[in-house]
Design a binder for this molecule. Structure first.
Ligand code: 5GP
Length: 189
């Protein structure tokens, strides 16, 4: 049976990565994470091929032109995109593939798979906007102008939460992961 395509979005800093790591530990969910391609530089601790495929702008553009990407978007001065082949291959093997992507790309995916009833879209929300700001600042990896851009972008993205089938509030990573696990289990039946 073909696996699910799970689109997980939420503003920068909401904790998508942490929740993904909790979910990936649960083998019963049959989850495979779709590693994206980006032109952003790695943050401390990020591993090429695990967190992202880190590429140059020229390489990224080559992949766009070769039609290698399921979707892509520009986000705060960098490109991010989902390699297409990997997603299809894994879904055909019955794996539930998790895309952790921003809203522009998510809309492209949802448009392409309109008739696919195995698509699950989830928007992750912070308990409050100040929680989000504290998390983005707490990362201490970006200069103030980039932080401001990410905060603006977050406000815009929060306005798109109703495009998604499910909204989950991240009060703690364990609780949010549990809610998402239940959504995945229900959709897999
Ligand atoms: P970050 O720089 O914080 O890792 O990611 C910035 C934003 O880009 C996040 O919202 C993240 O989910 C999103 N993102 C990561 N990979 C992709 C992708 O392949 N496509 C799209 N459209 N967004 C992505």
């Amino acid at each position: 049976m073909k696996g699910l395509l799970i689109v997980l979005s939420g503003p920068s800093g909401v904790g998508k990565g942490t929740i993904r790591k909790v979910l990936m530990k649960d083998d019963s969910l049959k989850l495979s994470y779709s590693v994206s391609m980006t032109t952003r530089l790695p943050r401390a601790g990020e591993v090429d091929g695990e967190d992202y495929f880190f590429v140059t702008k020229d390489e990224f553009i080559k992949h766009i032109n070769n039609n290698d990407l399921l979707e892509y978007a520009s986000f705060v001065d960098n490109y991010y995109g989902t390699p297409k082949d990997y997603v299809e291959k894994l879904r055909n093997e019955g794996r539930n593939v998790l895309l952790e992507i921003e809203t522009t790309g998510a809309r492209q995916v949802m448009e392409q798979v309109k008739n696919d009833d195995k698509v699950v879209s989830i928007f992750l929300l912070p308990p409050t906007f100040s929680d989000l700001e504290a998390r983005i600042r707490g990362r201490k990896s970006e200069p103030e102008n980039i932080i401001q851009e990410r905060l603006q972008k977050a406000k815009m993205e929060l306005g798109l939460k109703d495009l998604y089938k499910y909204n989950v509030v991240n009060k703690t990573p364990e609780q949010a992961a549990e809610e998402i696990a239940e959504i995945i289990k229900a959709a897999s039946k």
